[in-house]
Design a protein around this ligand. Structure first.
Ligand code: NAP
Length: 154
């Protein structure tokens, strides 16, 4: 898959996988990181979060930033089934909201502009031309056809 190749070959990420092709996420995470996670930054929620909790090390930290897998869920489910791991492993789980960091915005924009000019930050965008393509861009976004941020150029 193109996205996985980009992450591994260009961004040099140790491991990346296509979540749509994984049958057993708990086993997969165990195979690729047998020693466990110190930190899990969660953008997905649901089964992903639960699988990551199984694989956390003692005193590990989890940052809850997003729960994209639950955004359109018609059934909220019954919640995490492995809270015992949070207790026994003494995990810390903390929510993250970007608006709490407004004071850092100016410094962030200065740093990021510099890093982009220096080619230290790599990124991709998928750009559709014309406002008439907005509905298609939205459907394609939900189907994962974009790489990087999905944008419509007007
Ligand atoms: N806490 C905050 O302040 C804050 C601010 C902004 C955004 N967020 C959250 O941060 C997350 C990322 O935002 P973004 O703007 O980067 O979104 P984005 O560009 O739309 O990217 C979403 C990513 O999630 C993947 N994904 C979608 N459904 C998934 C599923 N069921 N299981 C696993 N992966 C899935 C997508 O992969 P494919 O495209 O390959 O399907 C894509 O890589 C979202 O959860 C968003 O709600 C949080």
């Amino acid at each position: 898959m193109k996205k996985v190749k980009w992450l591994k070959n260009d961004l040099k990420i140790d491991h990346a996988f296509n979540y749509k092709k994984i049958e057993n996420l708990v086993l997969h995470l165990k195979e690729v990181c047998p020693e466990g996670f110190d930190l899990y930054f969660d953008n997905v929620g649901g089964d992903f979060l639960e699988s990551a909790i199984f694989q956390m090390k003692n005193f590990g930290r989890i940052v809850i930033c997003g729960r994209i897998s639950q955004m359109n869920a018609t059934n909220p489910g019954s919640g995490l089934k492995n809270m015992a791991h949070v207790l026994v492993k003494r995990l810390t789980i903390k929510g993250f909201i970007i608006f709490d960091h407004e004071d850092d915005r100016e410094q962030f924009e200065t740093d990021m502009a510099k890093w982009l000019l220096e080619d230290k930050i790599k990124f991709k965008e998928t750009v559709y031309e014309g406002i008439e393509n907005t509905p298609k861009s939205f459907i394609d976004l939900l189907e994962g056809k974009n790489i990087g941020k999905m944008l419509v150029k007007i």
